[in-house]
Design a protein around this ligand. Sequence first.
Ligand code: ATP
Ligand code: MG
Length: 396
Amino acid sequence: MDHLLLIRYGEIGLKGKNRHLFEEQLMRNIRAALGDALPGRVQRAYGRIFVELGDSAHTRAALERLQKVFGIVAVSPALRVPLTVEAVEEGAVELVRRLGPAGARTFRVQARRPNKAFPLTSQEINERIGALLLRTYPQLKVDLHQPELVVSIEVREQGAYLYSEQTPGPGGLPVGVSSHALLLLSGGIDSPVAGWMAMKRGIRLDAIHFHSPPFTSERALDKVKDLTGVLASWGGPIRLHVVRFTEIQKELRRQAPAELMITLMRRFMLRIAVAVAQDVGALALVTGESVGQVASQTLENMSVINAVTSMPILRPLVGFDKQEIVERAQAIGTYSISIRPYEDCCTIFVPAHPATRPQLAEVEAAEAALDVAGLVREALASIETTTLAEAPAGAG
Ligand code: ATP
Ligand code: MG
């Protein structure tokens, strides 16, 4: 009897070459998620992926990790037994034993027999195994319509597979199938969720963060590293590029109209991010912007900010309410880190009355007084890059 994990995947509409790339990448990501601690053989058959864990004691730990692998729709612990009636019987009893048939529960057996060489038909398997389980576990009753437990049996060429419970996976596409983007990661609630949403569509991420020492502290930076680590646990490793933004902010405070401060800062961030994206081979930027939350997120402001680049900017949160973002942040494990009370570079220099409808011409006029290219170059030279591969200790 072999202990396996049966992994369902699949996105409607994936065909031909795409399907192949999807499967290959998913198998690589599964191997990476299991890591050295949980050695297992990852194989593909019958439109499923099977992970053969040498030791059934690893099942729970492996299930937990696979719940964070995009592309997986569901995972079931499964048994594979030889193609004899006795082995299937033994397997069924063992499967139900492990599930712990405590209390009065109802069940049904659901057999499929693609391998017609097996001596019993699907219906005969259902009846025979059903009767056996009733004898073995007297507290169980058959319910064909709404059973609490479905014992599935698939008789294939290489053996019979038995499984029952399903743990849902995160769905989406395997990270890596959709190329590479650069996430603008603040210490806030929104941008980590935006990064997660991008990864869910198969995008591999680098992250960039702007800080302003000494106005922002080392602990504010640790927070961003921890956020990057949590994201990396969903499909890393992720490189974090930290840009020193202090000089640009000081220069803007000295030279620029206060009400344009935020718009100008954002335009600098974007220019720097685009340069880094090009450098690392990322094809798009990802931000946590939503429409209408704050002054800089009016469409008027976004269009003026966006005017510095033609690189695509993905804003996965655009259709979300704040409450939905918070719930997602909690579910993915970033919320408790995001609410740590450290300052952000953008909150330090914000004016009392930022412009909500700046004109591109006035913004460009303000920039004409600055050495834009020189400031960008200096900021790029300040970048320090770290790679994060896993969630910080204690993170959900
Ligand atoms: P968040 O919760 O992600 O901080 P927010 O609702 O506070 O977002 P803004 O402060 O307007 O909104 O920031 C909009 C987006 O700009 C952020 O989601 C993030 O993608 C990017 N951003 C803001 N500050 C920084 C920063 N210091 N470093 C990198 N990116 C940033
Ligand atoms: Mg913010």
